[in-house]
Write a protein of this length. Structure first.
Length: 310
């Protein structure tokens, strides 16, 4: 008997669910983000992505804001740098839209300084190594883990032995292949090296313990985020970091709600995530962004302001 009752109730449950979905869709179309609020309630306590990569000594772990201008590589035909693609309701239809934002083209300022000098201790990261640089938070741990024989004696002689290694090109006369790079939002100095990572780290390790300075000279490329570009984007958009694997479902809900938004991938190494740009001058967009921010999506505009403060 209980089984018969459950069987009879099942169609009513399906009908009720269909009615609820239809009601929410009607609210969405009318301008009340019912489905979006439900999505936000489901994900409020989720571990949503942040635009901060893991900290390690690998140059590729630094967010490449200076290369953010590029359009999504998978698009064909290729879009020009600075393009934002999105969706907008026009004439009763929800259609794709493309705009050009020059702030992405001018998002960073770069400067090259020749014959820049520093001490070996100022360099805290590298570009290349036979070791997996992403596994180490400092260069001392790298050499302690993978090249103990290079630091088996903490002496001036052992220091000179490591510094004499031919692949530390920044110390080789006439060589300009190795250079330095500094990202102001990160704050660290990296050596863009072609080789010699273990000998460099070993020399740095020994020099520190002997308090011996080791001057370095080479080309420095310095990158800094353009405050005017951030201010302009923040003026026109609320920018939120996409929710990773949940992005597809979220975009379907935004389409039902018919909110105007644009998408653009974050720069490497965060290019598996998108930024959602919601125009501040459109009511549905601001409502949608408020719901999503309340659900825990990271406000990229505020994050960029915090990077500028460094």
């Amino acid at each position: 008997m209980v089984g018969d009752q459950s069987y009879r109730l099942q169609p009513q449950t399906v009908i009720q669910q269909s009615l609820v979905r239809a009601y929410k869709s009607a609210l969405d179309l009318a301008g009340y983000p019912a489905s979006l609020i439900e999505w936000g309630d489901r994900h409020r306590d989720s571990n949503l992505p942040t635009p901060t990569p893991d900290f390690n000594v690998c140059l590729n772990s630094v967010v490449r804001w200076h290369l953010w201008k590029g359009a999504r590589r998978s698009l064909w035909p290729r879009k020009p740098p600075g393009s934002l693609l999105g969706w907008k309701e026009r004439g009763g239809y929800y259609t794709s839209i493309e705009i050009q934002r020059n702030e992405l083209l001018e998002f960073c300022r770069s400067e090259t300084i020749d014959n820049w000098t520093c001490d070996i201790q100022d360099v805290v990261g590298l570009a290349a190594s036979k070791s997996n640089l992403t596994q180490f938070v400092d260069l001392d741990t790298l050499v302690e883990t993978n090249s103990r024989e290079m630091i088996d004696a903490i002496t001036p002689e052992k220091l000179q032995e490591n510094l004499a290694h031919s692949e530390i090109r920044v110390l080789q006369p006439g060589s300009n292949s190795d250079h330095f790079v500094h990202h102001r939002w990160d704050g660290r100095i990296f050596l863009v090296n072609c080789g010699g990572s273990h000998h460099f780290a070993a020399a740095r390790y020994i020099a520190n313990r002997l308090s011996i300075p080791v001057p370095l000279k080479g080309r420095l490329i310095a990158h800094a985020i353009n405050p005017a570009a951030v201010a302009s984007l923040n003026l026109d958009f609320i920018m939120l970091v996409s929710p990773g694997e949940e992005l597809h479902t979220l975009l379907q809900i935004l389409h039902r709600y018919r909110a105007t938004y644009f998408r653009h991938p974050l720069p490497q190494p965060l290019d598996n995530l998108d930024v959602l740009f919601f125009p501040r001058n459109e009511k549905r967009s601001t409502r949608a962004s408020a719901v999503l921010r309340n659900a825990g999506l990271v406000d990229l505009g505020q994050h960029l302001l915090s990077l500028l403060a460094k």
